[in-house]
Design a protein around this ligand. Structure first.
Ligand code: HAS
Ligand code: CU
Length: 577
């Protein structure tokens, strides 16, 4: 008699009635590695992820229109858009707000469950998913109806229908609900483990969302105090510069809300995928804490704006250089983890280990390539942040090059790569088309490098951003540098679009045509070389650090607003498109 072992399925039954016992095999069962988490607990995570993909699809579809417009292929009318700017609003909102926010909600919720070894409160997670979906439906409809052509920055006095802002508010509320779910889960865990250090994965998840919550207060005050009443007709005029100050208070740290979920992956998950370890628990905590504390640097988006004195700009400029520090540390630390993995796999020499990394795994290759793109994006951040050089690049296409390397690669390409393990994990379907996925991630990097080269070149030659370049009357006078810039932008953007299509092919085929996965699915989380004992317990006191962040904010922005006051509410609504 052989009893078949079925480790994945402990419910396999042994038939004891017949003389010769027969093992009745059940089909292998897909399970996940977090005790007590059911399919119903994963549903809100999945819905957030699907919504992220909706944002990505919308954004990518508009991206290709913008790219080919650079070589005078104008398709806006054919697809029914009222203007270039309607497409640009869909592009920005779809990618910068929907794709990133909903991915963060999905990914960090999942990591929160893994960190604390239990489900998040289901009601809060469901409310977050509903809030995001309803918000996106409202804001998306407003843009599609051409009632909200205000770009993702919605600068006043540009005005959209109130429905757009209400949709955006709901999307932000969904992120607050995820924070509430994390805090409740954290408290429950804390009650059971009063003396332990906060699990590292829980710590980074909480700091990411706490940082974002404090950051989002600026946009909340802007929208509820000024922008929405203005759209509702309760205010006739606004002060555009003041709403910009509030917007950029949020608008800078928003980029770290996009980035930090990816840093969590690079620090704690990618090393596991390559067979390395996380170098230091304390260092990871310190990095996330720095992002929490150094909130108030948004004025570096307003170096050329009037009404903000040089002192305020200088303070922001110096603090911006402080905030390079956690990212630079991250680069070294993640490299160390990768090197451990590469050497453990037999890699030798100064760079030989890089080639030994598991480049054949698209979840790895995608994140490595995203990191390479991000190094260039981060370096261009130094240029933007330098007060004097900013004059050269502000409001030019150079900035577009910068953020396609940061959010468009470091973040977006990592999201795609993470999806290659996360979708199988969440759905029980094996990844379809590993080679297609590999081609996809490489194509994205090649595309974005070409695109950003084009945009940065154009920017240095004075090409404005947020501009319908092919229709600009001055374009012919600019000579061949603009032609080259536009050609590279069009080629790079087209490659990115093909890559995005391949991504959706892989995901849709994974959901519909792939095999079921078997056994326990694990979230890749790496081990530590140096555990939490070496770091100070006070770094876990997030209330103190949130208070420090708020005090710094009051000092820095108090100084800005004290100079700016009183408001000049003189601008009436503008709806040009
Ligand atoms: Fe920025 C404008 C300064 C980072 C996004 N930024 C923007 C805008 C966006 C954006 C969207 O000071 C335009 C907004 C608008 O519409 O007007 N940015 C910075 C600085 C940083 C920075 C100092 N930005 C980001 C990130 C973004 C982002 C991150 C999105 C996610 N940015 C500015 C300034 C402006 C600006 C000005 C205003 C410009 C103007 O005039 O309008 C820093 O945080 C960057 C630090 C990053 C690094 C890189 C570290 C490298 C790492 C890679 C590790 C490698 C790995 C791979 C893992 C120092 C961590 C290894 C691979 C192997 C094969 C081994
Ligand atoms: Cu910024």
């Amino acid at each position: 008699m052989t009893i078949l072992e079925h480790p994945q399925d402990p419910s396999a039954e042994v038939d004891t009635t017949s003389a010769e016992p027969v093992v009745v095999e059940h089909p292998p069962v897909w399970r996940i590695d977090i005790a007590g988490v059911t399919k119903a607990d994963l549903a809100p995570v999945r819905w957030q992820l699907w919504l992220a993909y909706v944002g990505f699809a919308l954004g990518a579809a508009m991206g290709i229109l913008q790219a080919v417009d650079r070589v005078d292929i104008d398709l806006y009318d054919q697809v029914g858009l009222a203007s270039y700017y309607q497409g640009l609003t869909l592009h920005g909102v779809g990618l910068a707000l929907i794709f990133t926010f909903c991915f963060a909600n999905a990914f960090v919720s999942l990591l929160g469950m893994r960190a604390y070894g239990r489900p998040l409160p289901r009601g809060l997670s469901q409310a977050a998913a509903w809030s995001a979906w309803v918000g996106v439906a409202l804001a998306g409809t407003a843009i599609v109806m051409n009632k909200a052509t205000v770009l993702f920055t919605f600068y006043t006095p540009l005005q959209a229908t109130p429905v757009f802002y209400i949709g955006a508010v709901l999307l932000v509320i969904s992120t607050w609900l995820v924070l509430a779910a994390l805090i409740v889960t954290h408290r429950r865990w804390r009650a059971e483990h009063p003396l332990e250090r906060v699990p590292l994965l829980g710590y980074v998840s909480l700091t990411t969302y706490l940082m974002w919550f404090l950051a989002s207060l600026g946009i909340a005050i802007e929208v509820l105090g000024w922008v929405l009443p203005f759209a509702l007709g309760w205010r006739d005029t606004v002060d555009p510069q003041f709403t910009r100050i509030l917007f950029w208070f949020t608008g800078h740290p928003i980029v770290y809300f996009w980035l930090l979920p990816i840093y969590i992956s690079w620090y704690l998950s990618l090393p596991k995928l390559v067979g390395g370890k996380v170098y230091s628990d304390g260092l990871v905590r310190m990095v996330f804490l720095a992002f929490l504390i150094l909130l108030p640097v948004g004025v570096h988006h307003q170096f050329t704006d009037p009404g903000i004195p040089f002192t305020s700009k200088s303070i922001s400029w110096i603090l911006t250089f402080f905030i390079f520090y956690p990212s630079t540390v991250t680069a070294f630390s993640v490299f160390a983890s990768l090197e451990m993995g590469g050497r453990a796999r037999g890699g030798k020499g100064l760079i030989g280990w890089i080639f030994k990394l598991p480049w054949g795994n698209p979840a790895v290759a995608g994140q490595l390539l995203a990191g390479i793109g991000f190094m260039l994006g981060g370096a261009s951040g130094f240029i933007n942040a330098s007060y004097v050089i900013n004059n050269e690049v502000h409001n030019t296409a150079f900035i577009v090059g910068h953020f396609h390397l940061t959010v468009g690669t470091g973040v977006a390409l990592s999201i795609m790569a993470i999806s290659y393990w996360m979708v199988p994990y969440l759905t029980g379907r094996a990844l379809w088309g590993r080679r297609v996925a590999l081609a996809q991630v490489w194509l994205w990097l090649i595309g974005v490098l070409t695109f950003s080269r084009g945009q940065m070149w154009g920017g240095i030659e004075g090409m404005p951003r947020r501009t319908y370049i092919s229709a600009a009357p001055y374009v012919d006078a600019q000579g061949s540098s603009w032609d080259w810039s536009n050609a590279l932008t069009a080629i790079g953007g087209s490659l990115m679009f093909i890559s995005a299509v391949l991504f959706f092919v892989v995901i849709i085929a994974t959901l519909n045509h792939s095999k079921a996965v078997t056994g326990v699915q694990e979230i890749p989380v790496a081990e530590l070389v140096h555990g939490p004992k070496r770091s100070w317990a006070i770094v876990d006191e997030l209330k103190i650090w949130a208070a420090v962040a708020m005090i710094l904010t009051v000092i820095v922005y108090g100084e800005v607003i004290a100079h700016y006051w009183p408001l000049n509410e003189v601008a009436r609504a503008v709806r040009p498109w």
